[in-house]
Write a protein that binds this ligand. Structure first.
Ligand code: PGA
Length: 243
């Protein structure tokens, strides 16, 4: 794993947005894996601002999101469908046909998950995957204990994830389940970028760097991949020896 430490989430956003911008210029049909949560927001706003200053043809990229609550309606402002449209897809004018999200409205979640794996295969796999990390080490909604060979599936959210994310659901009840790409699905991406920012991520970042791959810390599977960059700000890196 390559580690990049920059001074702020904004600086990470700008540097990573430039990287993705250049990749799309070289490979206009890039398949991009996207994440939600507060972590990717500076990256999304940097990307939107870059594209508005230096127009780029995005009409041939395809995107796949990591996860979605289940069940949840797409019009619910807490759904990841709503989030992605608000912070990225509408601003970049991406078409509905080029973006893929697991549906929290699917009646048959087995079929939904199986089809999602199929859609990723059809386009030749994910070229460039963005990840955040939960304070419990989850990536996507692969909670501690997830199998390394897991594929896209329905999962029960852990107590700590429910506690962390409950704050967004002001009047609504937070769903106890989610649909998520599996760890094997994520590890099949060719180029992976995990962002962890803020002091509340410093403990899990230290643990990730120090521990061997283990189901107890799902993000540790990334140690088995040859092309992973971990992007940290000073706050999340503060417990590392290098600092
Ligand atoms: P956050 O969530 O970006 O809101 O901290 C990250 C995650 O849970 O993967």
């Amino acid at each position: 794993m390559k580690i990049e430490i920059l001074s702020s989430p904004e600086e990470i956003g700008i540097k990573l947005a430039r990287k993705l911008y250049r990749r799309i210029m070289l490979q206009p049909k890039l398949v991009v894996g996207l994440a939600t949560g507060s972590t990717p927001l500076p990256f999304y706003s940097a990307l939107v601002s870059l594209v508005s200053k230096k127009p780029l043809d995005l009409s041939r990229i395809t995107t796949f999101n990591l996860d979605e609550y289940y069940p949840i309606g797409r019009s619910n402002c807490n759904s990841y469908y709503f989030f992605m449209n608000k912070y990225l897809f509408k601003l970049l004018k991406l078409n509905d046909t080029q973006v893929n999200l697991l549906s929290g409205e699917a009646k048959d979640y087995h079929t939904e998950c199986k089809n999602y794996e199929g859609r990723i295969k059809v386009v030749g796999g994910i070229d460039w995957q963005l990840l955040g990390i939960g304070v419990n080490g989850h990536i996507g909604f692969n909670e501690p204990g997830s199998e390394f060979n897991s594929l896209t599936r329905r999962v029960r959210l852990s107590g700590s994830t429910i506690e962390m994310n409950r704050r967004f659901f002001s009047n609504d009840k937070i769903p106890f389940y989610a649909l998520t790409m599996g760890l094997k699905t994520i590890l099949s991406a060719k180029d992976i970028h995990l962002i962890a920012t803020g002091e509340n991520k410093s403990r899990i970042v230290r643990k990730l760097i120090l521990t061997k791959p283990s189901k107890k810390l799902p993000a540790s599977i990334l140690k088995l991949h040859h092309n992973v960059t971990i992007w940290l700000d000073n706050a999340s890196a503060k417990l590392l020896e290098v600092n």
